[in-house]
Design a protein around this ligand. Structure first.
Ligand code: ARG
Length: 430
């Protein structure tokens, strides 16, 4: 029976002639090059975005796509754009979804979607295809980002409709001369400059520790060097611009920090996560540069901002991470938030000294000309300028409401003991 399409944007057989396929070079998307030609009778053009994924051989991916019958195979180097327009915003927002995940995959999707729509227009393609499953966040990010940019674009997600088990897929690959990549394909991974994520296999059992073989990027902390390394990250308006005094474009600085951090076992994260589609999932991440930079940025930002800015920002950061995770990159709420965040980050210029040691990132020093810290005010030594005589007056007013409450309770006969232990409950009505 013909599968009914649920949403109006889903590509239909016979109606799409030319498809841009987001191609990773892996098994799933390689099978798709053939499958789309066979099942949809459409021409396939592949697009592989280079977001700094360390493991990928780009020329080999291109050759493979062409061999499988793609009419053209594009490789687009988007490392700098990814770093400067996407990761930089995440740094300013101290973005960690549910307090842990630095959004490496989530940040890449809206950029890849944008590149795909541009290429589709350039090539006169009528649909974009991607390799995401029907159970994850990435389908939501690809589909909604593509539609936000071009509401008329059709989208094809073969995994959502082809109903192939792993074995069937391998069989299909064999029949079609698609070489199956060597090595363990037990894990489903995604990688870019900002980090690597791994799912599936034993990782689907949250009670089991991730085996060492999962970590192809970061050295497990217990195997990291016994000697710590201290680095200095320089920031200009919230964005890292130098490492140990040497200037770097952001993408390169991140790559440098990934190498250093990976050596010291930094950035491994075992994370129970709430997907937007309702599932809970266990994700394992390796994000050395992200974890180091965010720790440093958070520290410097706090140093130059007021108490009110800091309290407000923490809430905003939390929302920012959630919105990006939840596929809302192109919603205007993001531009609104980014404006505030950029404004606050104008002051975040200076440097942060960070010690890396066996999986730990420890901030051990910071400097900024915009720091609100004042030694003369803060010091307990001779010559401080803070007016301690003014403190009792401040405290009298600061504690005013707590005193009033106490008086009310006393009048109603609540004992001081009950008050102190919080057992007094709600004010009595009779
Ligand atoms: N859970 C992460 C996210 O939704 C990463 C998903 C990446 N996919 C993968 N196959 N590992 O952003």
């Amino acid at each position: 029976m013909k599968k009914m399409k649920t949403a109006t944007y889903e590509a239909e057989k016979g109606k799409v002639k030319k498809v841009i396929l987001l191609y990773s070079g892996g098994l799933d998307t390689s099978v798709m090059v053939k499958w789309i030609q066979e099942e949809y009778g459409a021409e396939v053009i592949t697009l592989t975005a280079d977001l700094g994924q360390p493991g990928i051989d780009l020329p080999a991916a291109k050759a493979k796509a062409l061999k499988l019958g793609a009419s053209k195979a594009y490789i687009i180097d988007a490392k700098d754009e990814f770093a400067e327009k996407y990761i930089a915003k995440a740094i300013k927002a101290n973005a960690l979804y549910q307090g842990g995940y630095p959004l490496s995959t989530a940040l890449g999707r809206p950029l890849i979607a944008k590149l795909a729509v541009k290429l589709a227009h350039q090539e006169g393609a009528d649909a974009i295809a991607h390799g995401s499953t029907g159970k994850g966040n990435d389908q939501v990010r690809f589909d909604s980002s593509i539609l936000a940019i071009d509401p008329d674009m059709k989208i094809l997600a073969p995994v959502r409709e082809w109903n192939m088990t792993r074995d069937k897929e391998l069989e299909y690959a064999q029949q079609h001369g698609i070489e199956v990549p060597e090595g363990n394909k037990i894990y489903s991974t995604d990688e870019n400059l900002w980090g690597k994520s791994s799912e599936c296999g034993i990782l689907e059992h949250p009670e089991e520790a991730p085996p060492d073989e999962v970590f192809t990027f970061v050295t497990p902390p217990e195997k990291a060097p016994d000697k710590s390394q201290t680095i200095t990250i320089g920031f200009t308006m919230g964005v890292p611009t130098s490492l140990d005094g040497k200037k770097f474009p952001l993408a390169q600085l991140i790559q440098e920090l990934n190498t250093i951090g990976a050596k010291h076992g930094i950035g491994i994260l075992d994370h129970m996560e709430d997907r937007i589609v309702g599932l809970k999932s266990r994700e394992v991440y390796e994000c050395p540069a992200a974890m180091t930079i965010i720790a440093a940025h958070k520290d410097l930002e706090k140093y130059v901002s007021t108490i009110h800015q800091n309290h407000f920002k923490a809430e905003l950061d939390n929302k920012w991470g959630y919105f990006v995770y939840a596929a809302l990159w192109y919603d205007p709420v993001m531009a609104d938030m980014n404006a505030y965040i950029a404004s606050m980050n104008k002051a975040v210029t200076g440097w942060v000294k960070v010690k890396l040691y066996k999986g730990h990132v420890q901030v051990i020093g910071r400097q900024s000309d915009n720091a609100l810290y004042d030694l003369q005010l803060a010091s307990y030594n001779e010559g401080h300028t803070f007016n301690q005589a003014a403190s009792p007056g401040f405290i009298e007013l600061w504690s005013l409401q707590m005193k009033v409450i106490n008086q009310i309770k006393n009048k109603k006969g609540v004992t001081n003991e009950a008050l102190a232990t919080g057992k007094h409950g709600q004010p009595q009505t009779s």
